[in-house]
Design a protein around this ligand. Sequence first.
Ligand SMILES: Nc1nc2c(c(=O)[nH]1)N[C@H]1C(S)=C(S)[C@@H](COP(=O)(O)O)O[C@H]1N2
Ligand SMILES: [Mo]
Length: 499
Amino acid sequence: MRTRLTWIAYGVLATLTGIGLAHLVAAVTDRANSPVLAVGSAVIDLTPTPAKEWAIRTFGSADKAILVGSVMAGVLVLAGIAGLLARRRTRHGVAMLLALVAIAGVAVITRPESSVIDLVPSVVAALVAALALAWLAREQSSVTTTDNGRRGVLVAIGVTTVLAAVGGVAGEVVSRLRLRPEDVTLPTPADPAPPLPRGLDRQVPGITPFRTPNGDFYRVDTRLDTPIVSAEDWTLIIDGDVQREVVLTFDDLLAMPMIERDITLTCVSNSVGGPYVGGARWLGVPLADLLARAGVGDRADQILSTDFDGMTISTPLDLATDGRDAMVCVGMNGEALPREHGFPVRMVIPGLYGFISATKWLTRLTLTTYADREAYWTKRDWATDAPIKPSARIDTPRGLEELDAGDVVVGGVAWAQERGGVASVQVRIDDGDWQDAQLGPDGGDDYWRQWFYRWRATSGSHRLSARATTGDGEVQTTDRAEPFPDGASGLHELIVNVG
Ligand SMILES: Nc1nc2c(c(=O)[nH]1)N[C@H]1C(S)=C(S)[C@@H](COP(=O)(O)O)O[C@H]1N2
Ligand SMILES: [Mo]
């Protein structure tokens, strides 16, 4: 009995060594070719949909781990049998291991768009497992004949164990660093945005660019680091008050029809005239499509979104589902989301400040109530309902700038998301009348608008003010408010000195 167990263990150990090193080789090339994962994916593909849905319902987000675990268990049982066979004749055990790896090879090569190169990890697994078993078998046989044999067996066991562990662990570490933003191929939107018109960027020196480049986009979050989240392991869970829990992988999300929208994001902490606002082109799945998959129950009044680290943001369900372009985004200005801005997946909802809408590194959407669950900023007494307040910002000239008398171009941006966009911007010099500024091109109601005003500056110190009027007819309020608890208001005003 004891020798049988020993041989079973050799079969298992040899197989783990092969699988471990193959996992590492696959991780640096294409993780999907790792033998265990390839067999696991094949099992998923061959499983009928009702069984798949049962597994997701029953195991939730653990379903992938359970699947990989089951495949591993099956493989190791067969590996144990290979070990037993090797006890009589090494080549029978080796043959069985090769047959086992051949299953993985078939799983790899039958994947769509696979090529012979994809078989490399399987070949590595086969070679390493066969050599390891042969080695263990040889050393084991010599134990009975010589006294030195025992040492040889221990060396063989030690070396294979270390190789198996190092391969497996290094493979996981390497693949976690993979599927980085630059590795993602974004899908073509089913519903693309019209081309963004050329802005006033060149015409008005000093004005904010019409589109904010990703590298210049403001960043506001609670983190000290830039989170490294792998798209490979990412899942989105939709749970809580839903008819059925939904679990999606990154590939599942990429396979859904995407919309593309130009949306100006704004932070509630932005003071009047401040820098925490940016305009980008977002690519993502309509939030409504995802919620429809789950089927929202009738108790929920809040979408509680959770990031990869457990940070929570709450969004009023009625606002998120009132027909605005709420989206779960994978792309920003034609690229995968930069890590700073939520890679691999974030929310963007036009018209709501980011702290109640724009969850980065998103992993979970929970349909719940404000009575039941409090998000991070709700606990800190910020508002739960915080539509973006319309605002005009003066970008040029700068406050306290020294100017020459004569023609001065005053310019900036204004935003009025989900309020019909910016209908007009007006400028006032000192206590004069409000004068209409000229608007730049229209990028849609959820996008900001550039504007400029030609001013004949006269000597002396002057106060410049700007205000926006929304497409819905609302004139920007002069009431001053600080950012806490639901956003700053009041006019952007600055003083310039004309020589
Ligand atoms: N996970 C997470 N998401 C978050 C935050 C955060 O702290 N953690 N900050 C929010 C706030 S306050 C804003 S204004 C936006 C800013 O998005 P950006 O950094 O991409 O500009 O992200 C939101 N999403
Ligand atoms: Mo924010």
